[in-house]
Design a protein around this ligand. Structure first.
Ligand SMILES: O=C(O)CCC(=O)C(=O)O
Length: 338
């Protein structure tokens, strides 16, 4: 995995929207060096590390700035002990502002040839080092089933330098041409894995603070394992032409982080809050058929005691609106963990 070829560097095309668009359509991704100011990334890193340290995630014997994990606290989304600390990081106002910097919105507007919308919802990730009994490496997946709406593009940004061995992202170049692939229950994003051979060619690379990776919602991707002693911090935000439909799930804060009012109550400055409310957006329901299929499979597997279903079961408990389904999932989780 760490010997995958390097990303094709598209930084030289930065000013040329149509050329970026052609490359994105051809390869399914763009790797851009230094798009974001490294200083702004480092400042957010310092803020998040302070919160991570306060939550007990960092080794107290090392300087906070080194970001060395307290492996005894290793945890992952959506576990309670992860969420308790994570929500303080996700709510960080300077983190939110990074994804709507003019340099980012201008880039996507150039690529789309029309004004770009940054989805209000985005993900911030904290990946503890891989250890014998702990692994939080993001599995192989596509985003479309989780994001819905019109075609959207992710921007993946490590919060700090991220060499390959710290768990950089890898994409299967060209895989977007096969559209949405079949899924099965697994330990990948949203408790799903891809069920068919992966098309395309895996590429990856080492990131410096400020470098970004952009990819389409049908480009297959995964993370490399974090083999360092540090927590790998990153965020992934999504963008689309503002005139296109956006699914309702992208309009709310990350699950478990409260309402927008609760998020913004922790901010010191109002700029950047509710920026989407002045836009005439076409908000549509998420196509939930992929989740419905996942849930039916996960229940059936969990009834048989198959622990592969655990992540999907956890997600039902954390996110499903149907109380009866949540209760069934809780009973099954107890049995799986029993
Ligand atoms: O950061 C990761 O580990 C996974 C990122 C990802 O899957 C995404 O950006 O869609």
């Amino acid at each position: 995995m760490t010997d995958y070829p390097d990303f094709l560097d598209s930084t030289a095309l930065l000013a040329d929207g149509p050329a970026l668009r052609r490359r994105l359509d051809r390869d399914g991704y763009l790797f851009l060096r230094g798009l974001l100011p490294a200083e702004a990334i480092r400042a957010v890193r310092a803020r998040l590390l302070k919160k991570a340290a306060a939550g007990g995630w960092l080794n107290p014997a090392a300087p906070i700035g080194a970001g060395i994990a307290n492996q005894a606290a290793a945890c992952k989304d959506p576990e309670d002990r992860y969420m308790r600390v994570f929500r303080t990081l996700w709510r960080d106002e300077e983190l939110h502002r990074l994804r709507t910097l003019p340099v980012v919105l201008d880039l996507f507007s150039r690529i789309f040839g029309e004004p770009a919308l940054a989805h209000p919802m985005f993900v911030q990730r904290n990946i503890f080092p891989q250890a014998g009994d702990f692994d939080f490496t993001t599995g192989i997946h596509q985003d479309r089933v989780h994001i819905g709406g019109a075609t959207s593009y992710a921007m993946w940004v490590p919060i700090g330098d991220c060499p390959r061995e710290k768990g950089a992202l890898a994409v299967a170049a060209g895989s977007h041409r096969d559209g949405v692939l079949d899924t099965k229950v697994g330990t990948g994003a949203g408790g799903m894995d891809i069920a068919v051979p992966i098309p395309g060619t895996w590429v990856t690379g080492s990131f410096n603070a400020g470098d970004v990776l952009i990819f389409s919602d049908v480009t297959v991707h995964k993370a490399l394992p974090n083999r360092t002693r540090e927590i790998r911090m990153s965020f992934d935000a999504r963008y689309q032409p503002a005139s296109q439909p956006i699914a309702d799930v992208n309009m709310v804060p990350y699950a478990g982080c409260g309402t927008w009012d609760e998020v913004y109550a922790t901010w010191e400055r109002p700029d950047g809050q509710y920026y989407w409310q002045t836009l005439a957006l076409d908000v549509v329901p998420l196509d939930r058929s992929y989740y419905d299929r996942r849930d039916a499979m996960a229940f059936e597997m969990a009834e048989r005691g198959d622990r592969q279903a655990r992540d999907a079961i956890l997600r039902i408990i954390q996110r499903d609106k149907d109380a009866a389904k949540r209760q069934r999932a809780e009973r099954l989780l107890e049995r799986l963990d029993g």
